[in-house]
Write a protein that binds this ligand. Structure first.
Ligand code: SF4
Ligand code: SF4
Length: 117
């Protein structure tokens, strides 16, 4: 049994296949393949404007995306202010702001249809 992740309250390597939905992850990797290089260092979270004002955690967004937890993402994603500070500090040059934007747009599309563009 792995360690319990203090950010998510669950094992960060655990995927629940009963609830897993990979459509958003596929979409993000199609449009922002640099996300594959994320090392979950938390640099984005440390500088996040929304995280300074709310309980928003952008690193946690990446974990939810990999776990295919669209219901939780839909609740959290609106807290992002799209300031772009996370992208400036990422050691892997990941446009994490664009990742958040792709998730947000994808969730909007899923609410109105079953396919993603
Ligand atoms: S700063 Fe970059 S590498 Fe680090 S967790 Fe955020 S997106 Fe991943
Ligand atoms: S763009 Fe969103 S996730 Fe990135 S630092 Fe700004 S508020 Fe945080």
């Amino acid at each position: 049994m792995g360690e319990l992740d203090f950010l998510t309250g669950m094992n960060s390597r655990q995927i629940d296949f009963d609830t897993f939905d990979g459509r958003l992850l596929t979409r993000v990797l199609q449009h922002e393949p640099s996300f594959l290089c994320c090392i979950s260092c938390g640099g984005c979270t440390a500088t996040c404007s929304a995280g300074n004002l709310t309980d928003f955690n952008v690193r946690k967004i990446g974990l939810m995306l990999r776990q295919g937890d669209i219901d939780k993402l839909a609740v959290e994603i609106d807290k992002c202010m799209f300031c772009g500070k996370c992208t400036l500090v990422c050691p892997r040059d990941i446009n994490i702001r664009n990742v958040v934007l792709l998730i947000k747009k994808g969730i909007s599309q899923l609410k109105t249809s079953t396919s993603l563009i």
